[in-house]
Design a binder for this molecule. Sequence first.
Ligand SMILES: [Zn+2]
Length: 508
Amino acid sequence: MGESKKLVLAVVDAMHPGMLRKAIDDGEAPTFAALAERGRMVSDCVSSFPSVTPVACSEMLTGVGPGQHGVMGMNWFHRVERRYIEYGSSFEATRTFGLFRAMYDLVYNMNLDHLSWEAETVFERLGDAGVRTATTPFLIYRGRRRHELGLEGLARRAFAVANFRHAVWAPDEFFYGDLYASRPTGCSSNMGRPGNRDEYSACVGEELVREAAYDFFLFALPDNDFHSHRHGPDAQTESIAKADIAFARIVEAGGGLDAFLETHAVILTADHAQTAVEHGLALAEEMAEDWRVLEPNSDRPEEAEIAVSPTSRAAAVYVLGEGPGHPVTHERVRTRLRGLEGVELTAWLADADGRPIVRGGVGLNGQLEGAEAVVASGGHELRFKPGRSVGDRRGRGWELAGELEALEAEVARHRFDAPAYPDGLGRVWSALSSPHAGDVLVSLAEGYECVDWGGVTHVGGGSHGGLGAEDSLAPLLFVGCGPEQPEHNPQWALRDIASVILDHFGIR
Ligand SMILES: [Zn+2]
């Protein structure tokens, strides 16, 4: 490395590419506008599926999809522990599972258990190469430096009772709410209250810039997601304007934009977008009419027939138990799901004879060998698996059978394209092959969101999670790094960002 500039990866949670464009055009985001002028912007970088923050951030920092990194949604069913994992879909959902339990899954288990150790993060790979890393609070933080819990006094004792006592492995400079802080900054996180998080990131960021404390700095600005959930995606110009102010603060701490860009390269992006929500889909309630659905914190998970994991505008249904009746149940679950208003698309794995694969207690156990994925939508079914017959925009090859209409796709000259569902084959395949995937995955129609386990939706506001383009496309801006002509790449995805970062520091 040596010669390379420092690199800041700024992630504005849920920033819709069209709303960033509007904020820039309206003069609401002057710093982002100045960056865009000096850099190269892609406006259709593809998120993960489900397009929710834990999955997308894991993908961004590991360079692989959920099939390899293993983090599977805001809520998912852990087959071995036989319980739901809940990362905090809403405050009410967190309370349903227990505040400390949900926080424990979010803070510790997501990084140190759920995120596969085979999927190394950018922080880990840079750390191994001697590049100094830093991050403001971000869901995925796993790195190479050990940090002790930073709480003091009463708060320390209260958290210790709930088993919040562990050291974690994180970047060299690491800030996570009030729990971890690698140096005193005088910045108050207000216990990570939504709406104040950008302010905290900016305050910490100023200190890190002034102290020249990093080579790679992940600058996370999460408040846009909260604002857009509440007020809808059209209101994002206001929260993007605030993110712009936060970014301007670290630029000022670095001596203004010219001086800052002399020493820094920048990547500005988002983890996913958002669409407007008008209807809630009470998926667990609907399914409970036909099956015994696993309840949160159930003492008798063995009595449940299915588990239902709402994850914003996507969902997963797990077929539980064992026995020869399984495939029938699987089919009945699919039929039931297809009949629900708001379900746009269902997807599952089938074996070489077309029979649905039910994973039971332990996951795939090699059943992926020879398996195919099936996507059903609007009365159409498309089956596919990795192969060589057609190529997609990312250069992956596939075997296809059935109806392209299921993904509103076209094949011309052996090239598959589905603009309505960007990287649809690759994302569905990766999601289905995740060890924690449901047996049936669901993506909702425009305007719908699943009611979470706390009974909450964002009706009247916005949400994300689906496979469709409106949920799934993020802006991606390179300033002083990345390829000369990013627009020549037929399709960018979040999982490409990790290699751009590593390339920047000369690591391969
Ligand atoms: Zn969100």
